[in-house]
Design a protein around this ligand. Structure first.
Ligand code: ADP
Length: 562
């Protein structure tokens, strides 16, 4: 870390153009030679390690034979030449890979995001469990299940160590579940235990599991968006929701489809730091917002990951406290971890130039994550998306059972004026969060981010001589990823696959998550269209009674146009 600080902190003070430093540091932190190899890095590592061992063993044997038979050492056979070449190649590879990585680990403890330095799913830090308890010895637990359950019930064995000490996640979940049942005196029969891969969530998605909750997944679609059809998975227990969204999709498809554009793509994290005086806090604000410093700060920030690209820093003061909202691209990841690591890199670096800076928290709520906040509504967070469609007047009548003028009027009175009366913050819509949350759960997004992801203004206008309806949704803070977090799990990953956005986009990192954001917006548009039509036609209560109260087969109850 010191090494980086020295090379970076001087340019920050100097008046030299930042571009010079960008070139130097780019090459220093450049991608390793191993990146160019066609095989996954773990395979090339194994290959070159094996080549190294075999060639060195063979050469030593040949050396011993030559000494025994007094053959001159410089007389070499073809196989010996091959072994020498193999030895040199593997030695160069191993030194360049492990040597550099080893040195880097001393230079910067924050450059560890890339897959070849960490397991492919790096475990998220777990302050509740890990920081409070000292690590326990990893000796495996002995005894049968009954003995271990009793020990957990009596408190001799903490429940949270079961996975690591048993080395069997399914067994750990079963034992914990039985112990909880005994402690509470309540069974968990309805909560399934089997049929889930507990290894896949270890250190990543959920601690101390005892089972999993089942949620139905329905499909709305085809959703015709930017000329392509998508079948949208929605996990929900709200009757009508999928059927209604499906009806909206039908109206969109019958009207030449929706068009969606990503306006902005940047995840944010805003640490808060404190100085002795507001004047000093203001000095740092001016420093951070000076365009001449940006390039150098971006280099420091972007070391957090190959995919991190700092876009901007917005500062705000509250007395001597400074809030710095860093915004960065995060490839196909939703990116909270990535942006937090980048922020930490910059804070470490700034400490050199501002030693009186007191870092209060890596998150100072100006980010703002999972809380309603005007900053996200105005500035955007994650993907800012607009989506529109022109619904033909005849489709409004035939499929949506209402009229263009009724929809336009209702939208003004309810979504615009009504929300203004309510003092809404980003809530100028009918039910965006219904669709956002159902898709988030199905595709492994963080459902708590539905708060800002559901910010949406729905606009409706009569066009083409008042015959057709122009509808749009503008959503500034859709926070989605197709790698990391819950997206890796089997069910969620299957839903992403259905949409054609599973995992990382290798050709254009970030393209999968941006496409997912446009699908979310277009699905919201379908949901808005259908619910607003139901309200305009006075159908809402009727339809809820039909779908939510009936014990009959829902598919048979669907109206013919649904
Ligand atoms: P999140 O914060 O959304 O949980 P992380 O910031 O933890 O996600 O990072 C995702 C991980 O996936 C990183 O280790 C990153 O190197 C890796 N990764 C692989 N391919 C991509 C990609 N195309 N875009 C973003 N991250 C990727």
């Amino acid at each position: 870390m010191e090494l980086h600080r020295r090379t970076i902190s001087n340019p920050l003070r100097s008046s030299k153009p930042a571009g010079k430093f960008s070139t130097e540091t780019d090459s220093a932190s450049a991608v390793q030679a191993s990146d160019a190899l066609p095989l996954p890095i773990r395979h090339t590592n194994k290959l070159f390690s094996a080549l190294f061992m075999v060639s060195i063993y063979y050469l030593m044997c040949r050396w011993r034979d030559k000494i025994r038979t007094t053959t001159p050492l410089h007389v070499v056979t073809l196989s010996e030449i091959s072994a020498i070449v193999g030895f040199i190649a593997s030695l160069i590879y191993l030194i360049s890979f492990f040597g550099i990585a080893y040195v880097q680990s001393f230079i910067s403890s924050h450059d560890d995001d890339d897959e070849f330095l960490l397991p492919s799913n790096p475990p998220a830090p777990c302050p509740l469990v890990c920081s409070e308890k000292p690590p326990l010895p990893a000796a495996p637990l002995s005894g049968d299940d009954e003995e271990i359950v009793s020990a957990v019930v009596s408190g001799k064995i903490p429940s949270y160590i079961l996975e690591s000490r048993l080395g069997d996640c399914r067994r750990a979940a079963g034992i914990r579940r039985e112990a909880i049942s005994r402690i509470t005196g309540r069974g968990m029969e309805g909560l399934p235990l089997d049929g889930f891969d507990y290894d896949s969530i270890l250190g990543q998605c959920c601690e101390m599991p005892v089972g999993y909750v089942q949620l139905p997944v329905g499909i709305a679609g085809p959703l015709l968006l930017n000329g392509k059809e998508y079948f949208v998975p929605m996990a929900t227990t709200e009757g009508c929701l999928v059927a209604s969204t499906n009806r909206g999709c039908k109206a969109i498809a019958a009207s030449d489809g929706a068009v969606s554009v990503v306006l902005k793509d940047g995840m944010t994290r805003a640490p808060v730091v404190r100085f002795a005086t507001a004047k000093r806090a203001a000095e740092l604000k001016f420093f951070l917002e000076d365009p001449r410093n940006f390039e150098t700060l971006a280099i420091v920030f972007d070391r957090s990951s190959r995919f991190a690209k700092l876009q901007g820093i917005k500062c705000s003061l509250a007395g001597r406290n400074l809030y710095m909202r860093f915004c960065c691209r995060t490839g196909d990841a939703m990116g909270m971890n990535m942006v937090s690591k980048g922020v930490q890199n910059v804070l470490d670096c700034l400490q050199n130039d501002f030693p009186d800076m007191d870092v209060i928290s890596i998150s100072g709520n100006f980010c703002s994550d999972k809380k309603p906040a005007a900053v996200n509504w105005i500035e955007g967070r994650g993907k800012s998306v607009v989506c529109e469609a022109i619904i033909k007047g005849e489709i409004v009548k035939k499929v949506l059972k209402t009229s263009v003028s009724a929809l336009v009027e209702l939208n003004v009175i309810k979504n615009l004026a009504g929300s203004a009366v309510a003092g809404a913050l980003g809530g100028f819509n009918a039910h965006a969060s219904n669709i956002v949350t159902a898709i988030y759960i199905a595709t492994g997004q963080d459902p708590a981010q539905n708060v800002e992801s559901s910010h949406c203004i729905t606009m409706m206008e009569a066009v083409n001589d008042n015959n057709d309806l122009h509808i749009s949704v503008t959503m500034p803070s859709i926070e989605v990823g197709t790698v990391g977090g819950g997206t890796q799990l089997a069910s969620q990953s299957a839903c992403l696959n259905l949409l054609g956005v599973k995992g990382a986009n290798l050709d254009s990192p970030g393209a999968n998550s941006r496409l997912l954001a446009t699908i979310v917006a277009a699905s919201v548009l379908a949901g808005e269209l259908s619910l607003m039509s139901a309200l305009a036609a006075g159908q809402l209560v009727k339809s809820h009674m039909k779908f939510n109260r009936s014990s009959r087969d829902m598919s048979k109850s669907l109206p013919s146009d649904a």
